[in-house]
Write a protein that binds this ligand. Structure first.
Ligand SMILES: *[C@@H]1O[C@H](CO)[C@@H](O)[C@H](O)[C@H]1NC(C)=O
Length: 451
């Protein structure tokens, strides 16, 4: 673990040291090298625990995902950014790798206070990336939103951590005695909500999600990919990590929250049908998927927790792939509106194959890991309450609807004349998308590796 942390720190240094001609290739190669190193976390099955790091079956796959997304963001950003001044390119790369480093350390920290510190620290590079490299003037507003939401959610968590430290004398999550759960609170459900508020904001829960579409729309491509790929997963990871430490709650205690998140799944799917802006559509669809993670975490059975984890991994690969695709379209049309892409099947046929694959993965077509996760979550949910299950089934209908809507609007139709000036799909872009889809396809054959 320490080795990989050092490797990351070296990747903070390399943007300064690399010669400007080979800047992007050096950084990308280094990113792939680090993720190759991190694969050994999967091979080593039992848990690795010391004073600082904890790699078990929850944090291992997510840490690997974090390492994997970084070189992909570098692949995706280079075509737009290499037009900028050299200093700005270097500080962009440094900020992105700093962001990935804080996320990785948050996933793997064994001490809950360290987890909290890195969880919050990831906000700083996110803010810098959104406000300095965002495309429009609303980016400052987006930055204010993300900062205020995250900070407000963090206060209760900090209070609880301080309280736990004074009670248990340690904050290493596996050392906290499970038997001495805080029974003195008469409202375990409220208490659960209090402690998990920071994570519910980060995920985000429907109704606390207002910062997310804003941040996504304003962020440059690396920002969007990292937000969708790993930052949102910090919230889900936090809920899963903290759940053994809190008094067990049932869905009935938190009925309102459950209904809210189930309704969120339905509402976001319906909202997606009304979007004309591709980026905010993908952002809303991730809100929907993450609300399923909230439901799964609330159900609190081993099956549903596995479902939540698999969903985070599968979504962590699919959603950056969608953003990367949206970005390839954006670089050609300079607009996020779907309608400008009408008929692009004729001009970019291979690109439309990628659209098909990623949209299908996003709507959880059967052999994909996305499907496995939905199956696990839905079966636990149906077991708990058939009537709520019907709402989720209804949302499936809308999910299929908006997936077809995306495909139809961006691919089909007559070719308008502006499309003929498109530059062709580059090999870099094909590689970028293949590297998102390939892990998904490999996971189909070996799904147990995720859990
Ligand atoms: C992030 O970007 C800012 C602004 O360009 C820069 O001042 C800062 O040094 C960068 N941070 C890191 C860690 O590279």
């Amino acid at each position: 673990m320490l080795m990989i942390t050092f490797a990351w720190i070296s990747s903070l240094a390399s943007p300064i040291l690399a010669p400007s001609k080979h800047l992007w290739s050096t950084v990308t190669a280094q990113g792939f090298f680090i993720s190759a190193l991190s694969i050994f976390w999967l091979l080593q099955q039992d848990l690795l625990l010391n004073q600082f790091f904890l790699i078990d079956n929850i944090s291992g796959p997510l840490a690997l995902l974090t390492c994997w997304i970084y070189p992909l963001t570098m692949l995706a950003s280079q075509s737009k950014l290499h037009l900028e001044p050299m200093n700005r390119q270097r500080s962009y790369i440094m900020n992105s790798s700093y962001l990935q480093l804080t996320t990785l350390l948050a996933f793997t920290a064994s001490d809950l206070m360290l987890f909290f510190i890195f969880f919050e620290a990831s906000l700083i590079p996110t803010l810098i990336i959104i406000t300095r490299w965002g495309a429009q003037e609303h980016r400052l507003e987006a930055g204010i939103y993300i900062a205020l939401y995250t900070m407000a959610g963090a206060i209760p968590l900090l209070l609880w951590l301080a309280y736990s430290f004074s009670t248990y004398g340690t904050l290493i999550s596996t050392l906290i005695p499970i038997t001495s759960l805080p029974q003195q609170f008469n409202h375990p459900a409220l208490f659960w909500l209090f402690c998990n508020l920071a994570f519910l904001v980060k995920l985000p829960l429907y109704s606390l999600h207002l910062w997310l579409p804003k941040a996504h729309v304003e962020a440059p491509i690396a920002g969007s990919m990292v937000l969708a790929g790993t930052l949102l997963k910090l919230g889900g990871y936090g809920i899963l990590r903290f759940s053994p430490l809190l008094a067990p709650v049932t869905l009935n205690d938190l009925l309102l929250l459950t209904l809210l998140s189930v309704f969120g799944v339905l509402a976001t799917a319906m909202l997606c049908l009304r979007q004309t802006d591709l980026k905010s559509l993908v952002a809303l669809s991730s809100v929907g998927h993450m609300n399923l993670v909230v439901v799964a975490a609330l159900i609190n059975t081993p099956t549903s927790h596995t479902g939540a984890l698999v969903m985070m991994i599968a979504h962590g690969l699919t959603s950056p792939a969608m953003f990367a695709l949206v970005n390839t379209a954006y670089e050609r049309t300079n607009s996020r509106a779907m309608f400008f892409l009408r008929g692009s099947t004729m001009i970019l046929p291979l690109a439309s194959a990628w659209w098909l694959l990623t949209t299908f993965a996003n709507m959880a077509i059967p052999p994909s890991p996305n499907f496995i996760s939905e199956l696990l979550i839905f079966s636990s949910l149906a077991h708990w309450s058939p009537s709520i299950f019907i709402i989720v089934l209804l949302s499936l209908l809308f999910t299929t609807g908006y997936s077809l809507y995306v495909l139809w609007t961006t691919q089909r139709g007559l070719i308008p004349s502006h499309l003929s000036t498109f530059f062709p799909f580059q090999i870099r872009e094909h590689i970028l998308l293949a590297l998102h889809i390939l892990p998904l396809l490999l996971l189909i054959f070996n799904p147990e590796i995720m859990t």
